[in-house]
Design a protein around this ligand. Sequence first.
Ligand SMILES: [Zn+2]
Length: 683
Amino acid sequence: MPMNTNPLLAPWDTPHQLPPFDKIKPEHYAPAFEAAMAEHRAEVDAIAATTEPATFENTVAAFDRSGQSFARVVGVFFNLTSSETSDALQAAERDLMPKIAAHQNWLSLHEGVFKRVDALYRTRDRLGLDPEQLRLLERVHLDFVREGALLVGAARTRYAAITEELAGLFTTFSQSVLGDEAAFCLELKTEADRAGLPGFVLDAAKSVAADKKIDGYAINLSPSLVDPFLTYSTRRDLREKVWRAFKARGESCAERDTRPIAEKILRLRAELAGLMGYGTYADYALVDRMAKKPAAVNDLLMRVWEPARARALTEQKDLEALAATEGFKGPLSGWDWNFYAEKLRQRRFKLDEAELKPYFQLDRMMDAMFDAAGRLYGIGFKEVHGVPLYHPDVRLFEVRSTAVDTLVGVFLVDSFARSTKRGGAWMSEFRGQSRNRPGGLEYPIIINNTNFAKAAAGKPTLLSLDDVRTLFHEFGHGLHGLLSNVTYNRLAGTSVLRDFVELPSQINEHWALTPAILKKHAIHAQTGEAIPDRLIELIKKSEHFNQGFLTVAYTSCALIDMSLHQHPNPEKLSLADFEASECKRLGVPEAVGMRHRLPQFRHLFSDNGYAAGYYVYMWAEVLDADGFEAFEATGDVFNPELAAKFKRFVLSAGNTLDPADAYRAFRGRDPDVGALLRGRGLV
Ligand SMILES: [Zn+2]
């Protein structure tokens, strides 16, 4: 296919150089990747082939500038395979993933470039570099080393083979879990099947049914539907059915059994760590994290684990006592927890999720997050209509600085669950920020995805309190991408260490529930009234409720992830046995369980990013809890001085600063774990 007829390769003269979504077809990816990778190879080979001695500009800066066509195609491809897939796109994914991995391997093992980078690295103190340039040089050097640039001979070849095989396994793992989620369908045929379900669950069940071409109501395995179903359905038999199917994702049928895939991934990771000179994969992964060593992670998790477990067991007793008054006998099961927890919540706080929900209209809550960010960081959001995007539900915004009316970035929002989108919520980019470009500044193009259940036509989509937190969380990542203000793309936005990247997202959740934001934006969908003070107080009071359950469900996953990746003998590892024995060792209460069971644990097995890294949310929570306390301590959660520091040293700085230094510059001191324990009510 000639270049100019392939819309992925032709110049994008669309508004903001957005991908021409309406012209891109699945068959365009293979030739586009081929051409973009060839161009990238030529650019990188040219850096290595320069006869002039290595300089920062002709080597490190040039390397940072290379591969822009490739990045452009990657941006479209990965966003669409996640958010709007199809059989054809999945086939392209299976075909292209190993090729993309091979390309990235080639790049990260490029001897010619590494030699020049290494020469510069050895003389880095004498090059007269500014702090960002020095950081980039050190970062690029470390990238090479971690990708095996120091490996020679057979080890080098084996390293490349392992990475390529892993890429294929990751795809199979994700597609299998997604397959299980899409395959499940529980039809709610009779009035009795729908007993207890409030209107918003029924609305969501109706659109699931419509999606599956069924007349009536149905439940799929989207977490945003499973959770409320387990909370409200009075049909214990149906709750059990949904809960069991949800927990069995990844092991429900032979052709989509993810366990052998995960076992293989773990064996390959252990081998890879060995090649790199580390005892376990966890040791290898932690070198490039703020935590630095597995022991530091275990210390933090265990400080939280015992108080959380004790709290969960107390919570279970409370729920069983309540259930007994309704004639329930025996211990509580997993499918009972949400149901009785909601009853207890209502009894204790008179706080009914269904009463709360009409106050949290999706559109209003988006206004709320824009408003909070505007007050803190001096930016405004203007919706742009009429630009073709990849799905009619996606919305497009220009982000402008309010002090001097300049464009900061472009923001897309894709809110709703559908069968062509993977589960969960995430931020990603179509283009990262950079000033190291031929045309000077390139502003970022960022997208947030969530899986909210879409209301029936003509009705506002209503969010749960958890959904509101998710919305603000992902928007925190979005701000990290949008407010990036660095020179080099490798250091831009969220390209920070993995256990630092959740700080912007988690701290942003705190603003969602501040009275100033709620009073203005939490407006009842029917009555148009602002949320009453009574409910705001109840939300505050109930923040510690069920924290034992939530903390155990999360921390068990984080602990088991760490022990899984420190396994002394991965060749003999059986995923099922390991999960069972670890849960027993830790004493995970059965009615709580792990939030993600290993066969469906996408964080660990759909890429390497969160392997030996699920702990990062809690690591970052130490920072976000401590950081938000700083705002509260001033008596103004929008304190302009602190907000300016947070913007400068965290949101805009990307990876130009060491994370511990960046935090100190914002906070004035090192973080303290006390705020986390207080925030969860565990002290
Ligand atoms: Zn996050």
